[in-house]
Design a protein around this ligand. Structure first.
Ligand code: GLC
Length: 618
């Protein structure tokens, strides 16, 4: 069966033009595992045994200084517009829906919203395939709706972060249609066209692999040439080596900046430039994708990702947004090792202000592993650089479903994300614990799922794989009414089936439960807002010796104010060394904890199973 599978993978084609051949069996099979990032836990090294101490000692802090900046204050919420709130009753969320929910988001305590793309698009990849960068997709609303949304956000001091897929367009974009029409078209060089190694579509120009698997080239018979795409064949890459392209895309950004957006989420920024000579990629032993490297599927991705030209572009983009006041933000979707990610911030913090740090989306739920990730990030991105922590997004498995859908574990993760030094990004529904839904691949709406629709369900279950992103994109669960309050028409069929959990897991029900995950987020965000040390204080990990594999602890310090954070990842009561001075209880994930009265400095500090505590020393 495996053989059949591999053969089918090798012969499977995406779109009408893509010829898949000469693929190494393992590379292609590995492509099936691309989305294993949804579930695969990276193996991280636990803390060095030698570092363990029997009493409370601090390590990792090299007298860090934090500079106040409006970037560090951000708490970003990601809205997937299609799934957030539908006011027209067509089963698809829209901008008016987002406007209606702004009060909810403001009360939650966030101060910026990143909207996944709502620009005009044939929706082949649900907006990540833009056909007009200057207009709104009609299913989401009009430019007037956009203006109103921005106005209402600003009235509530909420910043707008627009998602712009800069790297590619839809193949239905007029630029591409022109470019594809003939070799002599003035827009021909706006995309990356090359002759194949063999004529007649027999062999692509080089061995590059697209990220979801398979060759990164589509053949166009009319000109007997191939066009390059990094993601899916209907998303051809723009050619940034052509100055006209760069100018056109900078104009796009200026258009939205002039309208008043506060920043951009830059989709696939690391893929903007490719090797000028299009040299064949080299072999790598890396097989499964990981959030620590771009190498995967035995491919190094040496010549198509993270080129020096791309790091320079980050700085050029920064220069452009810095012309605007008030401050505008750049948040890059870039993949690579931490040194590569660091380069996007620029040598003098003069590049992107933020890049997504995705490691939490794939690390196991273990305090020693998190400590290792945080330690590496703090070392690579000390203040004034701003780490940006993500638990899940529209491409990844919902976080709580990596934690057996256990809300107490989700509280620990949320508390960690909201008390670390860095900008937290909350994916819509994460605050109520919306779980991942299971969808059959055969009926997938996500183009990745459709690409692999033929993979038998028993195999994906056996391997524990999720090959469609539909499961993390289901409509927001607002209340117990039909469509869970997602749509204004209770009889409509939402574009994706609402999770069966909506009667128990929704905003209305959780608002009334003091100990709910939603109220935990609200309390945490309030504590964060009231304690500048949690926003811009330095961070030092605390070594708890033998308890490092049960509890994560760190200290945030700002202008003499110290805040201690303890997160009990275990199902046991923990007895920890007491902080050096008498602390005040600021917060517990257990809403009914009223104080530290059961503890004394001699006894040490007691943490209940899966309890998180924030203590302050004045
Ligand atoms: C980014 C987006 C993803 C999209 C891809 C292609 O990774 O997050 O949803 O499919 O880029 O634009």
């Amino acid at each position: 069966m495996l053989k059949v599978l591999v053969v089918r993978l090798m012969s499977g084609s995406i779109g009408g033009h893509c010829v898949e051949r000469q693929a190494v069996v393992c590379q292609v099979f590995g492509a099936v595992l691309w989305t294993s990032l949804f579930i695969t836990a990276c193996t991280s090294q636990p803390l060095n045994e030698e570092k363990q101490a029997t009493d409370l000692t601090l390590f990792g802090g090299d007298s860090l200084v934090s500079l106040p900046s409006s970037v560090t204050d951000l708490v970003i919420y990601q809205v997937y517009p299609r799934s957030f709130s539908d006011t027209t009753g067509d089963g698809v969320g829209d901008l008016r829906g987002a406007i209606e929910k702004l009060d909810y988001l403001q009360a939650l305590g966030i101060n910026a919203i990143w909207f996944s793309p709502f620009l005009k698009s044939p929706q082949g990849d649900f907006g990540y395939d833009v056909s007009d960068f200057y207009d709104i997709a009609p299913e989401y609303g009009t430019m007037d709706d956009f203006d109103e949304l921005l106005r209402q956000m600003h009235a509530r001091n909420i910043k707008m972060i627009l998602d712009v897929p800069l790297n590619h367009t839809s193949n239905e974009h007029p630029w591409f249609k022109e470019s594809a029409s003939s070799k002599g078209n003035p827009k021909r060089d706006w995309y990356i066209w090359r002759d194949g190694k063999e004529p007649g579509g027999e062999e692509p120009p080089n061995n590059w692999q697209a990220i979801p698997g398979g060759p990164a080239w589509s053949y166009y018979e009319n000109t007997d040439q191939w066009v390059y795409f990094h993601f899916l064949p209907f998303q051809p890459d723009l050619n940034y080596r052509n100055p006209e392209v760069k100018e056109a895309m900078f104009d796009v950004l200026r258009f939205w900046l002039d309208k008043g957006v506060d920043g951009f989420r830059l989709d696939m920024l690391h893929a903007i430039y490719e090797d000028e000579q299009l040299r064949d990629d080299s072999f790598s032993w890396a097989f499964l994708p990981s959030d620590r490297t771009t190498a995967s599927l035995f491919t190094a991705h040496k010549y198509d990702l993270n080129l020096p030209e791309t790091y320079n572009l980050a700085m050029e983009l920064r220069e452009m947004v810095d012309e605007y006041e008030p401050e505008r933000f750049l948040l890059g979707e870039v993949f690579g090792n931490i040194e590569q990610l660091r380069k996007y911030y620029g040598p003098e913090n003069d590049g992107l202000q933020m890049v997504f740090l995705f490691e939490f989306t794939s690390t196991p739920f273990r305090p020693d592993v998190y400590a290792d990730v945080i330690g590496r990030i703090e070392k690579a991105l000390p203040p004034p650089y701003t780490p940006t922590y993500v638990l899940s997004n529209h491409d990844r498995k919902r976080f709580i479903s990596r934690l057996d859908n256990n809300p107490d574990k989700a509280k620990i993760a949320a508390m960690m994300q909201l008390t670390l030094r860095g900008v937290p990004i909350i994916y819509y529904g994460e605050e109520i614990g919306m779980p991942e839904s299971n969808f059959e691949l055969s009926s997938s709406l996500d183009p990745i799922g459709r690409k692999y629709a033929w993979v038998p369900g028993w195999l994906t279950r056996l391997l524990g794989l999720s090959l469609t992103r539909d499961g993390c994109r289901t409509p927001m669960q607002w209340d117990v009414s039909p469509t869970s309050g997602f749509s204004s028409d209770p009889y409509t069929t939402p574009w994706l089936k609402i999770s069966d959990t909506y009667r128990e897991i929704n905003v209305a029900v959780e608002s009334d439960e003091p100990n709910s995950l939603l109220n935990c987020y609200r309390r945490l965000l309030k504590i964060r807002q009231e304690n500048p040390a949690l926003v811009s204080g330095s961070l030092e990990l605390i070594d708890l010796g033998p308890l490092n594999d049960k509890c994560l602890a760190y200290r945030r310090v700002l202008e003499g104010r110290e805040i201690f954070i303890y997160l009990n990842f275990s199902d046991q009561v923990l007895n920890l060394p007491y902080p050096p001075k008498t602390p005040n209880l600021l917060f517990s994930t257990l809403a009914d904890r009223t104080g530290l009265e059961t503890t004394s400095p001699e006894d040490g500090l007691y943490l209940s199973p899966l309890e998180g505590l924030i203590l302050a020393i004045e």
